[in-house]
Write a protein that binds this ligand. Structure first.
Ligand SMILES: [Zn+2]
Length: 366
C-alpha cells in the first residue's frame, strides 16, 4: 500500500461536515481490498468490517474511529457576481484570504476568496482581518450566471493540491483528520497478514467538526466492546506548544490520558508499543477531548475508549503538515494491539466492582 498516494487522494477529496460523499468514495475505493465488508450507515459513516477468528459468540469487537469530514463553508447569500458564505465547522477567516476554493453547486465551480488590493486598504483595515461574514467568493461569472449555478446552502471547500514536502512530510488541506483515516488504513493493511481474534470495525466518521455526531451514531449502532478514536493534535511550532500540550512532528503515537479515556486501555496500548520497541508520547487531557472519543465513551452502557493522536502543524488551515512516519507508527501500533487482543481482554481492564466485593466480603463473614 502506497501510504503517501493514499493520503494525497484523501486530502484532495472534498467533504465538509454533512457532505462527505466524495471523500467517502475515496476511502471506500482504498478500503475495498483491506476489509471483508463495507457499509454506509444512515448518517454517512463508512464502516469497514474485518472479521476476527475468535470462537467466543458473539465475537468481541473493537471500533476504530477517524473522522473524514473537513471544515468548510456554506453559501449564505449571492451578492451580485460574488458569493457570501457562513463558516461550517470552524473556518479561520485569517487564513482564507486569496485562497483557491471550490463551490459545489449544480456543477463544481472553481473560485477564489476575493482580496482587496493593498493600495486601497484603509489604515484600520491593515491591522485587522475580515470576519467570515465579510469574505467574498469570486467564481469569475456574471451575476446572472452565478444565480443560475449557485444555490443558498451549497458547500464550499478550499481547493489546494497536497504537496509532497521533503523528509516524508505532506502538506495539504483536511489532513485533520484524513491523516488518521490513513493510519486506520495502515492498520488494516498490516492486519491483512496477521491473525486477530476480535472483529475490527474501522469507521471513517462524519460530522466530527460540528460535534462528533457521526461517531455518536456509529458507537450506538455498532455496540463495540472497545473503541479507539484517532485525531490530530497540535504540533509544536513557534508560538504553539511552549509548555502547552503540543508535540513535535515525529513524536506519534500520542496516547491521551484523562477522564475521557479508559486508563487500563491506555496502559495496554503502551504495552503494545513496548513490544514493538516503539516510543510513545503521553498527552494529559483533563476534560473534554473535543474528539470522537467523547461521545463514544458514553454510548450504550459505556465503552472503554482510548484516543491516539498524530501531531499536525497549522491546524484548520489549507497548509496543514503531517509526518508520514507518525501515521505509519500509529497504524502499526493499532495492528499490534489488535493482534494481541485475547478473548478475555475485557476482564484484564475491568474496574473493580465495589458491590460485588462487598457481597463477597459479607459471604466470608457470614
Ligand atoms: Zn479532527
Amino acid at each position: 500500500m502506497d501510504l503517501k498516494q493514499h493520503l494525497i487522494r484523501l486530502a484532495q477529496a472534498h467533504g465538509p461536515s454533512g457532505l462527505e460523499g466524495p471523500v467517502r468514495e475515496a476511502v471506500q475505493a482504498d478500503w475495498q481490498d483491506l476489509v471483508d465488508d463495507l457499509t454506509t450507515d444512515a448518517l454517512g459513516n463508512l464502516i469497514g468490517a474485518k472479521w476476527g477468528s475468535g470462537g467466543m459468540q458473539p465475537r468481541r469487537r473493537i471500533m476504530l474511529a477517524a473522522h473524514m469530514d473537513e471544515i468548510g463553508m456554506l453559501v449564505r447569500a449571492i451578492d451580485g457576481s460574488f458569493i457570501r458564505v457562513a463558516s461550517l465547522g470552524g473556518i479561520d477567516s485569517r487564513v482564507m484570504m486569496a485562497q483557491s476554493v471550490m463551490v459545489h453547486g449544480k456543477e463544481p465551480l472553481p473560485g477564489v476568496v476575493a482580496s482587496k488590493p493593498p493600495h486601497v486598504l484603509k489604515a484600520e483595515e491593515r491591522s485587522q482581518y475580515p470576519a467570515t461574514e465579510d469574505l467574498l467568493i469570486d467564481v469569475g461569472l456574471s451575476a446572472e450566471e452565478v444565480r443560475a449555478k449557485v444555490r443558498i446552502g451549497d458547500p464550499v471547500t478550499v481547493d489546494v493540491p497536497a504537496l509532497d514536502l521533503v523528509a516524508d512530510r505532506l502538506m495539504g488541506k483536511a489532513l485533520d483528520d484524513r491523516a488518521c483515516v490513513a493510519a486506520v488504513s495502515w492498520c488494516l493493511h498490516e492486519l491483512k497478514t496477521r491473525q486477530h481474534r476480535w472483529d475490527v470495525l474501522a469507521v471513517a466518521t462524519v460530522q466530527e467538526e460540528v460535534g462528533s455526531r457521526g461517531a455518536e451514531v456509529a458507537a450506538y449502532h455498532l455496540k463495540p466492546d472497545l473503541a479507539i478514536a484517532l485525531d490530530v493534535t497540535f504540533a509544536r511550532q513557534p508560538g504553539v506548544g511552549d509548555g502547552d500540550n503540543a508535540y513535535a512532528l515525529g513524536s506519534a503515537p500520542v496516547i491521551s490520558m484523562g477522564p475521557n479515556f479508559h486508563p487500563g486501555l491506555g496502559e495496554k496500548l503502551a504495552d503494545a508499543a513496548r513490544r514493538l520497541e516503539m516510543d510513545v508520547t503521553l498527552d494529559p487531557i483533563p476534560g473534554r477531548s473535543g474528539t470522537d472519543a467523547w461521545p463514544i465513551q458514553v454510548a450504550q452502557s459505556g465503552i472503554p475508549t482510548a484516543l491516539l493522536s498524530i501531531p499536525l502543524r497549522n491546524m484548520h488551515s489549507p497548509v496543514e503538515i503531517v509526518d508520514l512516519g507518525d501515521i505509519k507508527r500509529t497504524g502499526r501500533l493499532l495492528a499490534e494491539f489488535i493482534a494481541g487482543l485475547e478473548e478475555d481482554f475485557l476482564t484484564t481492564i475491568a474496574w473493580k466492582d465495589p458491590l460485588a466485593e462487598s457481597a463477597a466480603g459479607e459471604e466470608k463473614t457470614a
